[in-house]
Design a protein around this ligand. Structure first.
Ligand code: SF4
Length: 264
């Protein structure tokens, strides 16, 4: 039985064919779009920041931006695709720098809480038999001076969700289940999203009954995916960002989907 993750379930929801290519056929194209590339580099930079802080050293902002630049260049490869017309890699690099700079200036000297985990792995048993498991990695797990456990997540997306959307977000609620299933002594958990492009921090909390319901629904989804025999394509404008665009039957003999220059 595979170990599920939030991104695995999301892939099935967004397009069953993409799910099949990625998780069943395990097709690796060597391609990625620049948005997740940007997100990963910013995550790695903030991880380095808190590793330094944990060891008693607050890096300077120029040092941190230099680190971002170094890993950006080191990890850059010919398979990174820029989907939006007229945009360049430098545009995205600038966004990454702005994300790190905004976050740094907002939270320096980073003493609001104590970091207890970085890229902290959680494992949830969705059913009592232990057949269905789900894992995830928390960007930063922290404890506040009041003893509240905080699950921090960094977002580099262009859009800023509403509080209503945040209050029903699945990913961090699953992570909360994982934290509560683990060995930490937990009295209260706060979910914290950092929308880095906007300099906004959004928070939410979940009642036990909400989490119990989420566990049931997630288990039902895992059962559905395990039982699936048909993986139909789901054509949307997001196909432009799909790494399987070139092999997808939906787009065979057709020009790729049109994308506006838009904001990046
Ligand atoms: S291109 Fe679109 S329809 Fe085809 S696999 Fe990707 S997301 Fe699905």
């Amino acid at each position: 039985m595979p170990i599920y993750s939030h991104s695995r379930i999301s892939a099935y929801e967004s397009c069953p064919l993409k799910y099949r290519y990625r998780y069943i056929d395990k097709i690796r194209t060597g391609k990625e779009t620049i948005e997740p590339f940007l997100g990963l580099r910013v995550h790695e930079t903030l991880e380095k920041l808190y590793r330094d802080v944990k060891s008693g050293l607050v890096p300077s902002l120029p040092d941190l931006l230099s680190h971002l630049s170094t890993i950006w260049d080191r990890r850059w490869h010919s398979g990174v695709r820029i989907v939006r017309p007229g945009r360049t890699a430098e545009d995205y690099r600038r966004i990454g720098r702005a994300c790190v700079e905004t976050y740094y200036k907002k939270f320096v000297p980073f003493d609001q809480d104590r970091t207890i985990g970085l890229e902290h792995r959680i494992l949830i048993h969705l059913d009592s038999a232990g057949d269905f498991k789900l894992q995830g990695y928390i960007d930063r797990l922290a404890v506040t001076p009041e003893g509240v456990i905080e699950i921090h997540d960094y977002k580099t997306s262009e859009s800023l969700p509403t509080q209503t959307a945040i209050d029903s977000d699945r990913q961090l609620a699953l992570y909360q289940m994982g934290v509560q299933d683990g060995e930490l002594e937990v009295h209260r958990v706060r979910l914290v999203w950092h929308y880095l492009r906007h300099g906004e921090t959004l928070t939410s909390e979940r009642e036990p009954k909400v989490l119990a319901d989420l566990r049931r629904r997630t288990l039902a989804q895992a059962h559905e995916i395990e039982g699936a025999t048909d993986f139909p394509p789901r054509e949307t404008r997001l196909c432009a960002w799909c790494e399987y665009l070139e092999i997808c039957p939906v787009w065979k003999g057709r020009p790729p989907p049109t994308v506006s220059r838009g904001r990046i």
